[in-house]
Design a protein around this ligand. Structure first.
Ligand SMILES: [Zn+2]
Length: 206
């Protein structure tokens, strides 16, 4: 029988069963006794891995902003576009609302998300106390619900398949860097189990 103070009560996301989640050790995970859904998991060196992937994501993101995203070639005319130019081009096409959504989805939100992951995980990895950790934690999980990097990557690939019928599409360095950025960001987030992050935040808040 676990000490009640080391347990957290939560409702299973899948079947709503109210469960006292036991403390899990590194490398362990707790699952719902009714439906088997993973309630919480603590990957080995999860925070260290999250931080490494977030830093790698930063590098790939910088590369994807700096280099051409794609080149469209049609009848001898070449049109080179960088990632920031995508939203500028949509703005010029008289659709400011879509331009802002695209800018938020592909540039602003991902930058804010990586920034908050690094701000949150760095003190946890270094075992430092920080009074602002709960605020950053809330912000990080809030942004995570809104950032749609994976949706953007899939949307881009679908659009490219359509455009490829009309013009020759040459993928730039930025395109591949953005895919690597999306993979690193996803990998970084996968090490951040909500329950474990909040436990660590509680322990690291003075
Ligand atoms: Zn369940």
């Amino acid at each position: 029988m676990q000490d009640i103070s080391s347990q957290t009560h939560t409702a299973c996301e899948e079947c709503d069963l109210l469960i006292a989640v036991p403390a899990v050790a590194e490398g362990e995970r707790a699952e719902c006794p009714r439906c088997g859904h993973t309630l919480t998991q603590r990957p080995r060196q999860g925070f260290e891995r999250s931080l490494s992937f977030a830093l790698a994501a930063c590098v790939f993101f910088a590369i994807s902003l700096a280099f051409p995203f794609l080149t469209l070639a049609n009848g001898g005319i070449e049109n080179v576009m960088t990632l920031p130019e995508a939203s500028i081009a949509i703005w010029r096409e008289q659709d400011p609302v879509l331009a802002v959504i695209v800018f938020l989805a592909i540039i602003a939100l991902p930058i804010a998300l990586i920034g908050t992951i690094i701000a949150l995980v760095t003190p946890l990895v270094l075992n430092k106390q920080a009074a602002w950790l709960p605020g950053v934690g809330k912000l990080m999980f809030g942004l995570n619900d809104w950032a749609m990097v994976d949706v953007f990557v899939i949307g881009t690939i679908v659009s490219l398949v359509k455009i490829a019928k009309l013009a020759t599409v040459i993928l730039g360095l930025s395109f591949w860097a953005y895919i690597l950025f999306a993979i690193c960001l996803t990998a970084s987030l996968s090490g951040l189990d909500r329950l474990q992050v909040w436990k660590a935040i509680d322990a690291a808040t003075p």
